[in-house]
Write a protein that binds this ligand. Structure first.
Ligand SMILES: *Cc1c(COP(=O)(O)O)cnc(C)c1O
Length: 222
């Protein structure tokens, strides 16, 4: 059995069936993705558009691609035709562009709202106040080609488990506040994407519905 197959098998034993696994294949070759695919993995995550485009043409068409990295406005049109979900929506401006590009080809795009939960400044994402402004605005309500499916967040890179747990708790709280206020009765708004290789167990305990795992499946990145 290959190491990748073994890693996924082990991982699956540690996560409840209700939690979806996105295999983060960034920097890894197409062959590694095929190995994961061969035992039934279908959801993969990439953070760079050019890399994603290059890989996807050499891979099965039924792979569900999730974009998990910051998306530049001028690259939206490249992913909108095929992407399964854009998890990294981090500004109103970006959401508007996704909506207008999606409208051109009449394809609804599933999106997650990335919320800034870490203490590091470098991590992208909305604040809860920015989301309040956006979700309450008439401009937002008139967007027909984006389907908001929940929230995404990345915890601070730290060994402090308490801090990580608190950041995940905060993300879950944001999810429920937004659900109550803007998405009540909307079954699409259901995902809390949190948890990576180093913190997925904590994330699942705190209510994650979707974990994004790279190195634990494919090995360390250079
Ligand atoms: C790289 C990346 C991951 C996966 O990280 P690992 O620690 O390798 O599991 C998850 N989410 C995002 C947004 C990433 O960029």
């Amino acid at each position: 059995m290959s190491l990748i197959v073994e890693n996924i098998t082990l991982l699956k034993q540690q996560i409840p069936p209700s939690v979806k696994l996105v295999a983060v294949s960034k920097t890894k070759p197409v062959g590694d993705i095929i190995e994961a695919y061969s035992i039934g993995q279908r959801c993969f995550g990439e953070n760079r558009v050019q890399e994603l485009l290059k890989k996807k043409d050499n891979l099965p068409k039924d792979i569900k691609w999730h974009l998990i990295g910051h998306l530049q406005s001028n690259k939206v049109n490249l992913v909108v035709p095929f992407i399964k979900m854009i998890q990294s929506v981090d500004s109103f401006k970006l959401l508007k562009i996704i909506n207008s590009e999606a409208a051109k080809i009449k394809r609804e795009i599933k999106c997650l709202l990335q919320i800034h939960i870490a203490t590091e400044e470098s991590k992208f994402g909305f604040s809860i106040n920015e989301l309040d402004q956006m979700l309450g605005s008439p401009d937002f309500k008139s967007m027909d080609y984006v389907r908001i499916c929940g929230v995404m967040g990345m915890a601070t890179l730290t060994n402090d488990k308490d801090q990580i747990r608190n950041e995940f708790r905060y993300l879950r709280e944001c999810f429920y506040i937004l659900k109550r206020k803007y998405f009540s009765g909307n079954p699409d708004f259901k995902e809390i994407s949190m948890g990576m290789s180093g913190d997925f167990d904590t994330a699942i305990k705190e209510g994650s519905t979707l974990i994004r795992i790279g190195s634990l499946i494919f090995g360390d990145r250079k």
